[in-house]
Design a protein. Sequence first.
Length: 448
Amino acid sequence: MTTVTVPESLEGQSPPSSAPAAPAQPWSISRWASRIGRFLAYGFLAMVLGAVGFSLVLGLLSAGAATIVIWIGLPILVAGVLVAHGFARVERALQSTILGTTLPTPAPVRAPAGAGRARRLLTPLTDPQNWLDSLWVLVNFLLALITFPLALAWMVGALATVGGPVATLALEQTLPPAEGSGLAALMGVAEPYTLAVDVSLQVLAGLLFLLTLGPVVRGLTALHQAVARGLLSSRYRDQQRLLRTEQSRAAGRSAESAALRRLERDLHDGPQQRLVRASMDLARVESLARKDPEKARAVLRETREQLGLTLDDLRRLSRGIAPPVLVDRGLAAALTELAAISPIPATVEAPELELPEHVEIGVYYVVSESLTNTAKHSGARSVRVELARIGDEARVRIEDDGRGGAEMRADGGLAGLAGRVASLEGRLTVSSPPGRGTRIEAVIPCAS
């Protein structure tokens, strides 16, 4: 089986298209207890490491800022941001190991080639991520000071469901009656019922903490994850977005250049040659018009045939640009026309969709090239084209019942399709197992 996928980006998060969400797992006490235990372990480590990091980073940054006027502060500031960067790396490892959070590291700012020692030394101060790491060290420590004691207190309150009544009954048996007054006595409950009321109130309070312990821990976990993602990984997403844009532009330039070269070659090999011959034939007709009228008429017939073939070639070449039917009647009608002129019987399932013009042209190009490649190489008896919009993406799928075995080769038709789709920040997937046909699927974001 040959499967070729052109990814949307290099980002590992993303993701990326309309992948189905993982099914929700049924509740179990082991997962519930594991989640609480993991957060308590993380919170304890975050508070301990945060105290160390807070002291070091705040001390170094304060000392560096205070002495920057005498230049000695610059190396101290560099040390401060590098220490913060080290604690940020530890946080990524902690959240990945304990909480299962993926926090990708943004690419660092590098000193330019040939930079001097002083320039290389001060480069960490020009990296925005190092300052975000420093801010995270300060914010996360203060956050851990609140969330860890809160989660611990909630867990102790949940344990009071059993521990409270047991302790009350034990004290009732050991303390003198005058010293055993509880909440029920303060509420004025009659003596015979004070013990039962105290136990009931403790059980109810413990149940309240027990039932809300899971949501509280999930909320505190999400809070730490959100702060870490916002300060430690937000620049990674921005860098990936910029990388996708640069790759898209590069792919667009490459695809446009290849398309222009192909169009120039096709024009030179087809219409241009026929037009040159038609011009020469017309010159012959001029010389034969008086001497041999019959021969002149025969040459005119051949010229008319050549001009008809030239017109067919021009129509074929124009299909890959923007045909009038696409502009005048929309994408569905244009795809239906492509299916009608396909040498292989083709069916089209294309509802009327509101798509941006560049997306419509991209989809049309993919279908046109795919049908052409299918007719040339697949040996298929039928082909099916499906167009749909899923969320903010347009998806077109071309599937045939041919021999399969299609491969992505440099300067091949599939490579051209991949470049065209990549120029629109989309992705192209080709599945072509030998003997089982070929399926080409292009997904193009409508906001690209």
